[in-house]
Design a protein around this ligand. Sequence first.
Ligand code: CMX
Ligand code: CO
Length: 142
Amino acid sequence: MFLRIDHVGIACHDLEAKIAFFESTFGMTVVSREVNEEQGVREAMLHVADGPNGSSYIQLLEPLSPDSPVGKFLAKRGEGVHHVAFGVPDVAEAMGELGGKGIRLLDERPRHGSMGSSIAFLHPKDVGGMLTELVQAPPPRT
Ligand code: CMX
Ligand code: CO
């Protein structure tokens, strides 16, 4: 069902400080910075590696407000791993398949994700405590 681990999302208080840490410690490079109002985050994608089924990233997330999903997570648990995102060929199809298995979908339809992707979230309580994101890469530019 999954092509790769697309990214691991890390919740943090200070995006710029965390970017500097990942760059200087691991030699990673920021490939995208975005504000996603719908998800309530300011975020950066840092490239980890390329594989036969696409690339993988670390996604650093700073909340836009305390009552956003990441803001609430930080208040409750502090900084750390927030979610794991798997690459899928077709996010709507994966949602249908997983919804049919009784996994709660947090999105009724795919939403806008990083770098032009389409995303959807699965409830952490139905995935062993792991907030899970499905990611469909954008079609290649011609
Ligand atoms: N990982 C694991 N468990 C989590 C979690 C997370 N990231 N966030 C919340 N939970 C758990 C809580 O600990 C809580 O468990 P208990 O009931 O045992 O205390 C339970 O889920 C409910 O959490 P809550 O604090 O009451 O928060 P909400 O139910 O209001 O929201 C969730 C939780 C997952 C539904 C919400 O965060 C959500 O819809 N997330 C998807 C969107 C998102 O996170 N976007 C930001 C990332 C954007 C991107 O990747 O591009
Ligand atoms: Co993500």
